[in-house]
Design a protein around this ligand. Structure first.
Ligand code: IMO
Ligand code: MG
Length: 422
């Protein structure tokens, strides 16, 4: 029996999970997405071409690797098909795709609801969602009125659309928002169902069969721990469980089936959307990091907020997820600064603490305590740890010391090969 290795985000997303996933996917027989939807954006550079995946499991780029969209994912069929068509156009086969019959379908009214709710929030209360309908789709899931992939391709689709639209329109109407047209949605989605039909199956038994056959399995996380509906900075979070628990609920695999848990981070940090961010550098330093690291959203193109790496938050992600190995990206980027900082603790009302909390008052009160490191080092493209300059090694060693977790992967550039594996 094999186990499933997992790649997760440790901060607010955009840690470069795609790069690590891409490397591991080439060595896996199966890659699985378990949560989130096309709010995720994983940029992978292959043969000089950039692919921004939002839904397709990255394993789809590796011939012979099963690419599975698990039951915990919310699927916008229009977006998925668009991605598949780009891949097909570039000569990739999509025959290894499998979509859970229990994955929930994002409908046009989810997107409208997402936009309406965000528009109604007062300036300080806005979440800054990706407006992809993610939250409202998960709401329907928990409300038990969702349309699943099995409905989309089955006989229950039309009736469920009509029922849902009727209910949503009551809300839209009351809020003076454009109402949805059930018949137009049914017409638009029918050909999409036809396109996706042959890829939909029972992925729960499929994944267990793969484990039994001792196939190597990779779960590619989307979003990240601090965006988790339970463990993140609520309410400035996404509506799913991007931390390790979401792997079980989003695939049907059990806790016993989990192997390595790799936590991905950047040598600095970033956040898109609203919410607290203790090590944010809302100043020239943040601007410099944004430009050096090209920190603009893959999904929404928004400029990302940038700041220093926060080990208090990272250690929280290590605890919550049981992280067994770290993957650090953008070491090349941080090296371009003359000096840089690492947050090693917080000062909470004059008391030093290393215990993270997403409590809003705590986040407001705490001041970061930093250690400073020397930059001005060049590592562009290094592929072996020994090649790294001493200054870079000192930084990595300190992170290992303060987390107790080995650094297993180091991103040294944007390209697929610019990676150190230890
Ligand atoms: P990847 O997989 C960064 C953020 C949004 C917003 C909040 C809620 O690329 O790391 P949602 O549309 O999910 O309801 O928005 O969550 N967010 C992300 N930020 N990377 C992501 O995914 C994100 N997915 C959601 O910006 O603040
Ligand atoms: Mg992103």
């Amino acid at each position: 029996m094999s186990k499933i290795n997992i790649v997760l985000g440790t901060f607010f997303g955009d840690e470069g999970k795609g790069k690590i996933i891409d490397y591991l996917a080439t060595k896996s027989d199966v890659t699985v997405r378990c949560s989130g939807g096309n709010n995720a954006g994983h940029t992978i550079q292959v043969n000089g071409k950039k692919y921004a995946f939002h839904l397709a499991p990255s394993g789809i780029l590796t011939p012979g690797t099963l690419a599975v969209i698990g039951n915990g994912v919310v699927v916008d069929p229009r977006v998925l098909i668009e991605e598949l068509e780009v891949l097909r156009g570039d000569g990739y086969s999509i025959e290894n795709l499998r979509i859970s019959d229990k994955a929930n379908v994002i409908m046009p009214y989810h997107i409208e609801m997402d936009k309406m709710l965000e528009a109604q929030r007062a300036p300080g209360d806005k979440i800054g969602t990706t407006a992809r309908g993610i939250g409202p789709c998960y709401c329907d899931k928990y409300e038990r009125c969702a349309i699943r992939m099995e409905d989309l391709i089955g006989d229950t689709f039309e009736e469920k659309v009509r029922k849902n639209v009727k209910n949503k329109n009551i809300i839209f109407k009351a809020n003076g928002w454009q109402e949805s047209d059930a018949e137009a949605i049914i017409e638009e989605y029918k050909p999409l169902a036809e396109y996706l039909k042959s890829y939909v199956c029972d992925t729960i038994n499929l994944l267990h069969d793969c484990l039994e056959k001792d196939m190597s399995m990779l779960c590619e996380g989307a979003q990240a721990t601090l965006l988790d509906i339970d463990f993140g900075s609520y309410p400035f979070v996404t509506s799913s469980s991007p931390s390790v628990g979401g792997v079980c609920t989003g695939t049907g695999l059990s806790a016993h089936d989990i192997g390595e848990v790799y936590g991905v981070l950047k040598a600095y940090s970033s956040r898109v959307g609203e919410g607290p961010y203790i090590t944010e550098q809302n100043n020239e330093i943040g601007d410099t990091i944004r430009e050096l690291g090209h920190e603009y959203g893959a999904t929404t193109k928004r400029p990302r907020r940038c700041g220093w790496l926060d080990l208090v938050a990272l250690n929280y992600a290590v605890k919550v997820n049981g992280i067994t190995g770290l993957a650090i990206n953008h070491l090349d980027t941080i090296g371009k600064l003359p000096t840089f900082k690492l947050c090693v603790a917080y000062e909470d009302n004059g008391v030093r603490t290393t215990n993270y909390s997403t409590n809003a008052a705590f986040q407001e009160r705490c001041k970061p305590i930093y250690e400073e490191f020397e930059g001005n080092f060049e590592i562009g493209g290094a592929t072996r740890f020994e090649e790294l300059p001493e200054k870079a090694k000192i930084y990595l060693k300190r992170i290992e010391e303060l987390t107790g977790v080995p650094v297993k992967f180091i991103g040294t550039g944007a390209g697929r090969e610019e990676l150190i594996v230890r």
